[in-house]
Ligand binder design. Structure first.
Ligand SMILES: [Mn+2]
Length: 333
């Protein structure tokens, strides 16, 4: 199997999946790919390691999503497509099941290292803003017409991974593609409302208490927040999107890196890093076995919360110190 389109043409029933806690890019790209496969006369089932977030329920009006728990049955499939990640180890119990199935695995991804993941064929471009943008390119390569539902998925993928066009990956392709999706009837304000304006009444207090725990370190260049199990539990009850904690901290003048640490119930700590400027957070988390992009990356750390904080602070301090010519015009803490 040499080409990705060859893999799509060879299979007849596809299982589409992605990483745990699938985000808007992952599920949006899955919707679009399911539409593409349907246009090719194939069957496609989306099965993720976790249920569809309430924020993305609007997609379920036109697309079926299911989630897998160990021991569950799976729909029939002869080909697996992994979206927005490249390793079955990120797909939970379902990943193990798929590895044992012997079915060929295709990868569509835009993360660093995607080419060397578990795919027998990969469609990877680390410069692409989102995985959904790659699915849009596949429609063009296969000369298939877009549908409104596919356009909705692609639009969601673009806004999810560019922070609604605020991040530096919001390039000309992103704006052109987003505009094109509107011609298929996508309504950006409806999508925004569906995702962000249905918060639980307790979500402001979880946000407030999370932000109150932030610390400025490394001379004001690092903002760090730790959510311990108790706060995580309140967040889960309120369906709180922990990414909301990142933005106000990223907006503090002088902050170059934001680190969010979440204590998990299995004793590990999940860290998410976001960078402003030229700090490469992907290389920082790679020291802890994580991955992602230069400006947004994460890792699961097998450490206690306090140890994880110290280890990260040290790694980030080193990265900040190692940058060429630390600017003198940066405001102090
Ligand atoms: Mn993505």
């Amino acid at each position: 199997m040499k080409t990705f389109s060859g893999l799509l043409r060879a299979g007849s029933s596809f299982l589409l999946t992605g990483h745990e806690n699938p985000d808007g890019d992952c599920v949006g790209a899955q919707v679009a790919l399911a539409q593409l496969l349907c246009a090719l006369g194939k069957t496609a089932h989306i099965v993720n390691p976790d249920p569809l977030s309430r924020r993305f329920e609007f997609l379920a009006k036109h697309t079926d999503f299911s989630s897998y728990r160990a021991g569950d049955g799976l729909p029939e499939f002869d080909t697996v497509i992994l979206l927005d990640c490249s390793q079955l180890s990120r797909v939970g119990a379902l990943g193990k099941r798929l590895a044992n199935s012997g079915a060929p695995i295709g990868v569509i991804d835009h993360h660093v290292g995607g080419e060397s993941g578990d795919g027998c064929v990969s469609y990877v471009d680390v410069t692409a803003a989102s995985t959904g943008a790659l699915v849009r390119r596949l429609f063009r390569e296969l000369e298939l017409p877009l549908t409104r539902d596919a356009a909705e998925g692609i639009f969601l993928s673009l806004v999810s991974d560019t922070g609604w066009f605020r991040y530096s990956n919001a390039d000309r392709e992103v704006f052109a593609m987003a505009g094109e999706m509107l011609t298929f009837g996508v309504q950006p304000s409806d999508i925004y409302d569906a995702i962000y304006r249905r918060n639980h009444p307790d979500s402001p207090s979880v946000l407030c208490d999370s932000l109150a725990r932030h610390r400025l370190l490394c001379g004001g260049q690092l903002a760090m927040v730790s959510m311990d199990k108790a706060l995580i539990e309140r967040g889960l009850k309120a369906d709180f999107d922990t990414d909301e904690v990142l933005e106000p901290l990223r907006c503090i003048e002088g902050v170059e890196v934001v680190a969010l640490l979440k204590e998990r119930f299995d004793g590990t700590v999940k860290c998410s890093l976001r960078a402003r400027g030229d700090v490469d957070v992907q290389s920082i988390v790679s020291q802890f076995g994580g991955g992602g992009h230069k400006k947004a990356a994460g890792a699961t750390m097998r450490l206690g919360l306090a140890e994880a904080e110290r280890a990260l602070e040290q790694a980030i301090a080193t990265a900040l110190g190692a940058r060429p010519a630390a600017s003198e015009d940066r405001p102090g803490p």
